[in-house]
Structures are given as structure tokens and as C-alpha cells.
Design a protein around this ligand. Structure first.
Ligand code: TXA
Ligand code: MG
Length: 389
């Protein structure tokens, strides 16, 4: 057992090098430091040091064939790590760095296989967070950093989350307050002919298409993979982000399902709380009948489990909060602000872990813009258990 030092950044917008000097020294000498980024907290170690990579895998309990992202503080630091920077990569750097975008490049000799999980490619990201950026610059080495959670737990969005998982396992935690975005970076493979999105994030498909024109999507993003298909991002094959409870999503179906759902809004049913107008429909790409059918299903499924004696959690939204009476009801954010939903997602899954619920039933979200990342994380957390209404 080692004790983990915790430091607090006083003012994120006026960081003094003094505050980060010790942390940078730990990274340079092969130790591990957790730090804030704009997406989630990262667990950092020297990306050029295989021993540091080994320590990261051990601290997380993560399989060592799952490669790490190398974080840099400026564009000049990319060149020594890669064989080449394809045109698409340059365009995306210019448009979105520093920011929540990771790119896959062919790796140079300098990057050890211990960091890339044996792959000939390397994932690189330049974070926008001022603490992360300053720390990497001061360390003077690229910083390998997976999310700072125990493997299989939701990613940490506060220093307390990191503390829960990593106290005693790493050298230092830098508390820079809660993160801004709340879901991990978008990953784009620019080493292939047509750039491919391997993990959706805050740099959305729509944003990427605007810069690149054609972008493809790795099938691993969209649904469960059959055993014989290999996702391009090895991490996508693991059941990530898993809450302890059994999570089920309720999703509005396609045309035909929808109509039959709408027909059920009749008679006595109409007087239930679920049929209150949520006022969220127009702004969120869902029709009011779809929203109400979804809410009614979440209520029905949770009530069944409560009656069977289980402790049940409900994931609703600010707009639908008043429609629920039974179970541990928590809002994940406002439907009209996808950013608020992404921001609260992992903290809410952790809260349900702490509450010790047996089942969670959740509303779902349209998959446009940031909704693709939100539904990717929720679907994975649910092990793709999705009920259509
Ligand atoms: O927002 C983020 O990206 C955060 C913060 C800390 O920067 N980091 C993060 O790292 O989410 P991690 O290790 O939890 O997820 C990295 C993902 C994994 O799914 C991994 O398989 C994929 O990136 N990856 C890394 N290197 C790769 C490579 N060379 N080819 C394909 N996928 C790669
Ligand atoms: Mg992770």
C-alpha cells in the first residue's frame, strides 16, 4: 500500500507552475498522476516508458492489450510519435485541437508497444483543459492516460470519483474540480483511407463531416458485436461503464411501433402522471406521444420490480421528473441540453452504485449530435438491453 497525495488547484485559469512541479516530476520519473481533462479524469504516466504503462494497467486492473492514448501539450510534440500525419489528421488538428478529439496515427519507433497494446498505431490527443495542458508541458514527455477509473466502472468526472477508485494505487491525484464534458473524447482513425470514428464524443459526426466530408463509423459504436468481429478500438470490445445494477433502456421504436404505442394513450391511463405534457417534445426531436409512451414504459417496468421486492433506480430528465413517483428517481439532465446529460451521466451511474439499487430503468435519447455519444455510453452500460415502445 502506498499513500496517494492529493493536491487542489486553486484557480484553474491562473495556474502557477509551482503547483504542478511535483506532479510533473512524478511523471518524468515513471510514477502515476491522475489529472483533470475536459472530458473525464485521466490516469497519467510517461507514454514512452513501458514500465509506467505496466503500472497504469495494474492500477486500473485493465487488460494490457487495450492501448493507451498519448496526450500532448502542443502540435510539435506529435511528430516524434508518428510515422506521418495524413491530410485528414492535419485538418482535424486544426479544427478541433486542443479539444476532446483523439486521432489514431501510424506510430514511430519511439512509442513502445507496451503503450499501444502491441499495435503499430498510436492514439494521440491534445487536451484543452488548462491543468492537463500545463502538466504535460511541464513533464516534458507525452503522457499516456486512460480514464482514471477501475476497469469496468464508470469513468471519473470528479477528483472524488478518482479517489474512490485509485487511492493507494497511484502517487498523486490533482483535483481541478468537476470536468466540463463528462464523456470521453471522440476517437477518429486517420490512418485508413476513409477516416473512421471508433468512439463517439463531443466532437460529433456532424462536426467531423463538416471538416472532412466523408467519415465512416466503426460498427462497434452502433451495437453489440458478434464474437467474430474485432472492433478497431480494442477498448470497445469490453463491457465498459458498467453500473453494479442491471440497467435497461427504454427507447421509442420506429414508425409502426410508435403508432401502436400512441394508441395505448387511452381512458384511465391518460390521467396518470406519465401523460402530463412534458413540454420537451419539439426541442428534442421526439414527439410528445413518443416521450409519453417511453415514460409510461419506464414507470411500468420499475413498478414491476418494486412490487417484486427489488430496489429500483429511475433515470429521467428535468422535463419528466414530475412524471415519476416510485423508486429512486434521478434526473440525468435536461432533454433540451444534450451537454447537461453528457455532463451528469457517469456521476449518476456512480450514485446508483452507491445507493445499491438492483435494477435501473432509463429513458433514452435521440442519437444526433452529442446524443450519439450519450446513447453509446448508456447502451454499453446496459449491455445493450433496450426495450422499444
Ligand atoms: O477523453 C479521453 O479520451 C480520456 C481522457 C483521459 O483523455 N481517455 C480515455 O482513455 O478515454 P481510455 O484508455 O479509457 O480509452 C481509450 C480508447 C480505448 O477504447 C482504446 O482501445 C482506444 O482508445 N485506443 C487507444 N489506442 C488505440 C489505437 N492505437 N488504435 C485503436 N484504438 C485505440
Ligand atoms: Mg476508459
Amino acid at each position: 500500500f502506498r499513500s496517494t497525495k492529493r493536491i487542489i488547484i486553486e484557480d484553474r485559469n491562473h495556474i502557477k507552475d509551482e503547483e504542478l512541479k511535483e506532479a510533473a516530476g512524478i511523471l518524468r520519473s515513471g510514477g502515476l498522476v491522475a489529472f483533470p481533462t475536459e472530458t473525464v479524469y485521466g490516469l497519467g504516466g510517461n507514454a514512452l516508458d513501458e514500465d509506467a504503462a505496466r503500472k497504469i494497467y495494474a492500477a486500473k486492473g485493465r487488460p494490457s492489450d487495450n492501448p493507451l492514448i498519448a496526450h500532448v501539450s502542443c502540435v510539435e510534440e506529435v511528430e516524434p510519435l508518428v510515422k506521418e500525419i495524413p491530410e485528414a489528421g492535419r485538418k482535424l488538428m486544426e479544427a478541433f485541437w486542443p479539444g476532446p478529439l483523439t486521432m489514431i496515427f501510424p506510430k514511430s519507433e519511439k512509442v513502445p508497444y507496451g503503450t499501444t497494446g502491441g499495435l503499430d498505431t498510436v492514439a494521440i490527443r491534445m487536451p484543452d483543459d488548462p491543468v492537463a495542458n500545463r502538466l504535460i508541458a511541464l513533464a516534458g514527455v507525452p503522457v499516456a492516460a486512460p480514464s482514471a477509473n477501475t476497469s469496468g466502472r464508470p469513468s471519473p468526472t470528479t477528483a472524488d470519483h478518482v479517489w474512490q477508485d485509485m487511492n493507494g494505487r497511484i502517487d498523486m491525484i490533482i483535483d481541478g474540480g468537476p470536468v466540463g464534458i463528462g464523456v470521453e473524447s471522440t476517437i477518429v482513425d486517420v490512418s485508413s483511407a476513409v477516416p473512421a470514428v471508433l468512439r463517439p464524443g463531443a466532437i460529433t459526426m456532424e462536426m467531423l463531416e463538416e471538416v472532412l466530408g466523408e467519415v465512416s463509423v466503426d460498427p462497434a459504436i452502433l451495437g453489440p458485436l458478434s464474437a467474430d468481429v474485432r472492433p478497431k478500438a480494442p477498448g470497445m470490445k469490453y463491457k465498459h461503464y458498467a453500473p453494479k445494477a442491471d440497467l435497461t433502456l427504454v427507447e421509442p421504436g420506429t414508425g409502426a411501433d410508435r403508432e401502436s404505442g400512441a394508441e395505448q394513450v387511452t381512458g384511465a391511463e391518460q390521467k396518470t402522471g406519465a401523460d402530463r405534457n412534458t413540454g420537451a417534445a419539439q426541442e428534442t426531436g421526439l414527439e410528445e406521444t413518443q416521450l409519453q409512451a417511453m415514460i409510461r414504459k419506464v414507470r411500468e417496468l420499475s413498478r414491476e420490480k418494486i412490487e417484486a421486492g427489488y430496489k429500483v433506480g429511475v433515470i429521467c430528465t428535468d422535463e419528466s421528473r414530475d412524471c415519476y413517483t416510485d423508486g429512486e428517481v434521478r434526473s440525468i439532465g435536461a432533454r433540451k441540453s444534450q451537454a447537461s446529460v453528457a455532463h451528469n451521466l457517469y456521476a449518476l451511474l456512480r450514485e446508483f452504485d452507491d445507493l445499491g439499487v438492483d435494477y435501473i430503468f432509463s429513458e433514452s435519447f435521440p442519437k444526433d449530435h452529442l446524443g450519439q455519444a450519450i446513447m453509446n455510453r448508456l447502451s454499453k452500460a446496459a449491455g445493450y438491453k433496450i426495450v422499444k415502445v
